[in-house]
Write a protein that binds this ligand. Sequence first.
Ligand code: KIV
Length: 265
Amino acid sequence: MKPKTILDLQRMKSAGEKITVLTAYDYPFARLLDQAGIDVLLVGDSLGSVVAGYDNTLPVTMEEMIYHTRAVVRGTTNALVVADMPFMSYQVDCAAARRNAGRLIKEGGAQAVKLEGGATIAATIAALTAIDIPVVGHIGLTPQSIHRMGGYRVQGREDVQAAQLRADARAVEDAGACAIVLEGIPAALAAEITAELTIPTIGIGAGVACDGQVLVIHDILGLCEKYSPKFVKRYADVAAVISESAQAYINDVKQGTFPDDEHSF
Ligand code: KIV
């Protein structure tokens, strides 16, 4: 299998082939998901919530993103690796955005970066694509805007908001993004945006019409007890497997049945 590039994403949209995306934050998960045939691995700043235990994504730093991106890249052979730009790494000015995006590519080894925002962030997207850093946009329910949104709420339900999201999607495409994440918006609006854009749309809580889908790996494996949005489909209960395995180990050690002859020299 040939390693995926951003050109494959465009080809897949044209061919009507769905694009599969999952988050990954470390080497073993990256290996497993890559071997399973995922198209894109996203080193999401969701790691702030699901790995680091913060309340939201805002505290995540560039150093944390680079550390996790490097681990994911080491475990990946075929998938395209996209790294999130954390809060305040691109909002202040284009120079800082270029420097930080460059670090995710050069030090992290990602092939593209993702940042949140629409028309207001279009100049930054253009500044990054101008220095050959592929950018994935992200509009709708953008977790870094939690305080403006007053929580994680579906966006674009009213006409004015929906029109703004359509304009944001257009601005992100015109600025040169190679794909765009549509998060937490009505399925019908996501379908309209998908039909209107030439770049692929990747949905999360945005219905089936998007060109691809992304979910947080900890959510689909049942590893995140804190928060389970309606759009998450749980494919396994890995938390139960971990907990039962740990209890069995504790029991064996307490009873003196581990290590037995088979596990001793
Ligand atoms: O941080 C993240 O994991 C994301 C996806 C959920 C889209 O941005």
